[in-house]
Structure formats: structure tokens, C-alpha cells
Design a protein around this ligand. Structure first.
Ligand code: FAD
Length: 439
């Protein structure tokens, strides 16, 4: 055999091994379910520590999105394409990538079953499936999103750009924004898009022909009083009518009405409200494979049941979880994942060494509340809803600097540091900027 034929044969064998290994392999030291913000960050750290062939990521999506920018997509500031990268370019190269979704968890037997019936077993499992969007829980919503050009939602890539097109088409009348009666990721986003819409319509000269109604299941503008106080001023100044303790039940895009449930009414009273423009933050819930998992695996709502300090599972010591799909009692954000991923990694390493995890996650989470096309209130807080601010300024004040952090700096941190397993949260900067005197 000639040298070139031998080289070609070696190459074919290597390529065949590389591709058949992912397809054939059924056991991994670590399996990571979900390759979003949390899954990707943890997979990067773990695969760097363990090397190739030891870590699998199960992730069916073709694209990885930087979801926090979808709010700006809805306002025409960014495009969806600017928030997306092919999943294969984002997931760590040292991991095997399985592209079938997780269908079932079997923690008693240390295995997961994929959508094609294949089982993967593991020594350690990390669950990072995010939260599921349940459009079907609002009667008529899918139909309205598909057929009414003035109905949008920044919560899905397909409808985020449509939201901006709807903003442009609105020429006055009733504008309705909703916040669902379920857990939700980035609980600030339903009102951020409303403030951007208000400003957009002012610039277009249609705001004085419009009434804006915000229907929210919550009893206040925001969970942290310091920021809620600023937001109350903003809705007052913008002349937005806030309807607390209400929830969207149905949309009729032919009649252009929404049905709103009054949550504090004992008789389950509903009201009908006209709309000319509608933005919906849809109901959300734990992903189906978690809801259908054994009750020892999840809490009563179906979220992965983990220790909030260490991210280790409460029943299965070789299982860990983070992010929106877990029951860590803090606001579900990428910023929270930024702090959680390193703590989870430390816990996993401790368990591998036979040591009890001693992590102390403080619940750090952040919500950059964009309140105009150039300003933002930077809400940062902990488990007890106490502010935990990075910068030595009053972050309840809407600032230009914070808007540029949100629009320009955070995406860079996300793609270049968090997803590559090099971001452990803001604590070190917070401490430095407060001369060591912050928590
Ligand atoms: P995700 O990043 O959602 O990843 C979950 C992954 O699991 C996905 O890739 C999905 O494809 C995969 N998956 C799902 N089901 C399965 C299955 N059965 N098998 C295998 N894989 C599966 N955060 C901020 O910090 N700041 C903000 O300003 C902000 N704004 C936001 C605005 C909007 C409109 C939205 C939608 C989100 C916003 N967020 C914000 C929230 C942030 O994007 C999420 O909290 C973060 O992405 C959570 O990370 P995660 O890994 O838990 O879930």
C-alpha cells in the first residue's frame, strides 16, 4: 500500500471512529441534559477537567440563542439572527453531542432515554433543560400569533421579530401587555417590552391615540421594593394602566378581544377587553420530561428538586441541576446561571472525590430593566429579594451606562466567557467595586 493510501485509510478510520463513537456510545462519566446557558457552561467546565469521551451533552436544538436580547429584537434594536449561533459551534468540542431530546429520566438506574429510544447511562447527571413555553395554555393564542399581525411575543425567536412588526403596524387604540400566572423566565421582560413600545409609539406620534393596559398576575410591579418603587414612577409618567392580579385566559383574534381572569375573585370572574395590539408573555412550566419524571426527582410543579446552596439533587447525590428547569428559589435568569454554574461544578468535583458539597449560592440574579431606548434600571438581588448590586451607584435609577451593559457588554460575557465555562458571576467585581465591603 502506498503512503498516501495508508494515510487515507487512517483518516477514514479516525473519522469513522469519531462519528460512530457518539452514535454508539451508551455510557458516560457525565451526561449533561440541555445545552442552553447552564448546560453549555457546565459542560465546558466538566469536559475541560475530564477530557474528550467522558462527557455527553444531550441537546436537540439546531441553534443556541442569547435570549436576553429578544427584548431588544421586539423593539427593533436587534435582529433574531444577531442572537443566534449554530449549536454545534457553541457546545464544547470535548463533549459528545447527542441531538435527540431527553424523553425520560430514570434516576434509579442512572440512565436517560432519548426520543429515539436510545438509553444513555451515566455516573453523574447534570440537568439543565430550561423552562417550557406553554402557548396552548391560553385559548386561541397560537391562532392569534399565527394569524393576527398585531399579536406578538418576545418569548420565542419566531415571534420576537413579529413583535416589532406589530409595533410598527399599530396606529392607536387599545394596546395590551400581559404577564402570566405561572413561573416565568426573566420576569422583567413583559414590562421591558411595554416601556420600549411606549417610547416607540411616542416617536411615531401614535401614543396619544393609544391606551396601554398591563395585565399582570402579580400584586406588585417587581419583587424587590427598591426597583418596584422606580417602576411605579415610570408607569405613572408613561400613563400606563396596571391591572394587578389578573391573568390572560383567551385571545379571540377575530373579535380582537382578550379574556382576563380576575385572580382574587372567588367566583373566578373574567372580563373581556378589546385589543388593537397585544403582547403576550405566555404561561410557562417545567419541561415535560421533568414533569413526567419519578416524584423523587422533581418537586410538585415538576422542577428538578435540588439543594439551593449546592445545586446537588436532594435525593440522588450523583445528580445536579441549575437554571430555569430547577427549583432553586430565585428569579430565572442567565445572570443567575452565571453564578450557579461554578458552584455546581465545585459540588460535582467534591462528590467525585467523596466529599460533601459545601457551596453557598446566595441566590444572585439580575434583571436589566430596560425602560427606554437608551436607559436601564439594573436590578440585582438575592434569595431574600434584597439588592445585591455590583456597581457603587444607585442602580434603581435608570441609566445610560446600564443600557449599554445590557445591549453590548452582557452578550460578550455570555458568548465568550459563560458558555466557555469561564464566568462565575459578578461577586469578584462587586467586592472590588465596593472595596471588599459588599456581601
Ligand atoms: P436555556 O438557556 O433555555 O436552555 C435550555 C436548553 O435545554 C435549550 O437549549 C433547550 O433546547 C434544551 N432542552 C429543552 N428540552 C430538552 C430535552 N427534552 N432534551 C434535551 N434538551 C432540551 N436573563 C438574564 O439574565 N437577563 C435578561 O435580561 C434576560 N432577558 C430575557 C428575555 C427574554 C425574552 C427571555 C426569553 C429570556 C430572558 N432571560 C434573561 C432569561 C435567560 O435567557 C434564561 O434564564 C437562561 O437562558 C436560562 O438558562 P437555562 O440553561 O436554564 O435554560
Amino acid at each position: 500500500m502506498t503512503t498516501s493510501a495508508r494515510a487515507l485509510r487512517t483518516l477514514v478510520v479516525q473519522v469513522t471512529r469519531k462519528y460512530s463513537s457518539t452514535a454508539d456510545k451508551v455510557h458516560y462519566k457525565v451526561v449533561v441534559a440541555g445545552g442552553g446557558a447552564g448546560g453549555c457552561a457546565v459542560a465546558a467546565r466538566v469536559s475541560r477537567a475530564l477530557g474528550p469521551g467522558n462527557v455527553a451533552v444531550i441537546e436537540p436544538a439546531k441553534y443556541h440563542y442569547y435570549q436576553p436580547l429578544w427584548t431588544l429584537v421586539g423593539a427593533g434594536i436587534k435582529t433574531v439572527a444577531q442572537t443566534a449561533r449554530p449549536m454545534k459551534d457553541v457546545l464544547p468540542k470535548k463533549c459528545d453531542h447527542h441531538t435527540e431530546a431527553v424523553a425520560e429520566f430514570d434516576p434509579e438506574n442512572n440512565s436517560v432515554t432519548l426520543g429515539n429510544g436510545k438509553k444513555l447511562s451515566y455516573d453523574y447527571l447534570v440537568v439543565a433543560l430550561g423552562i417550557q413555553i406553554d402557548l396552548n395554555k391560553v385559548e386561541g393564542l397560537i391562532d392569534a400569533l399565527d394569524n393576527d399581525p398585531l399579536v406578538g411575543s418576545i418569548y420565542l425567536p419566531d415571534t420576537a421579530e413579529k413583535t416589532f412588526s406589530a409595533l410598527q403596524k399599530f396606529k392607536g387604540g387599545d394596546a395590551v401587555f400581559t404577564f402570566p400566572n405561572t413561573p416565568i423566565k426573566c420576569a422583567g421582560a413583559p414590562q421591558k417590552i411595554m416601556y420600549l413600545a411606549d417610547e416607540f409609539w411616542r416617536k411615531q406620534g401614535v401614543r396619544d391615540k393609544a391606551e396601554i393596559n398591563y395585565f399582570t398576575s402579580l400584586g406588585k410591579m417587581f419583587g424587590v421594593e427598591k426597583y418596584a418603587a422606580s417602576l411605579r414612577e415610570i408607569v405613572k409618567r408613561k400613563n400606563i394602566k396596571v391591572n394587578f392580579r389578573t391573568s390572560l385566559k383567551a385571545v379571540d383574534h377575530i373579535k380582537k378581544t382578550v379574556t382576563i381572569e380576575l385572580l382574587d375573585s372567588e367566583s373566578g370572574e373574567v372580563q373581556t377587553h378589546d385589543y388593537d395590539f397585544l403582547h403576550v408573555a405566555p404561561p410557562m412550566s417545567a419541561p415535560d420530561p421533568l414533569k413526567n419524571a419519578p416524584p423523587t426527582f422533581v418537586d410538585s410543579a415538576g422542577f428538578l428538586d435540588v439543594n439551593q446552596l449546592t445545586m446537588q439533587h436532594k435525593t440522588y447525590p450523583n445528580v445536579f441541576g441549575l437554571g430555569d428547569g430547577s427549583n432553586i428559589p430565585t428569579a430565572k435568569t442567565a445572570a443567575a446561571v452565571g453564578a450557579q454554574n461554578k458552584i455546581l461544578f465545585n459540588s460535582l468535583q467534591q462528590v467525585m472525590k467523596g466529599v460533601t458539597p459545601n457551596g453557598q449560592y446566595d441566590g444572585y440574579t439580575a434583571c436589566p430593566l430596560v425602560v427606554s431606548y437608551h436607559t436601564c434600571i439594573m436590578a440585582e438581588f438575592d434569595f431574600s429579594c434584597e439588592p445585591l448590586e455590583t456597581f457603587p451607584v444607585n442602580q434603581a435609577k435608570a441609566r445610560r451606562s446600564m443600557y449599554y451593559m445590557k445591549k453590548n457588554v452582557f452578550p460578550e460575557i455570555y458568548w465568550n466567557l459563560l458558555l466557555k465555562g469561564h464566568w462565575s458571576g459578578n461577586k469578584v467585581f462587586r467586592k472590588a467595586l465596593h472595596l471588599g465591603m459588599s456581601k
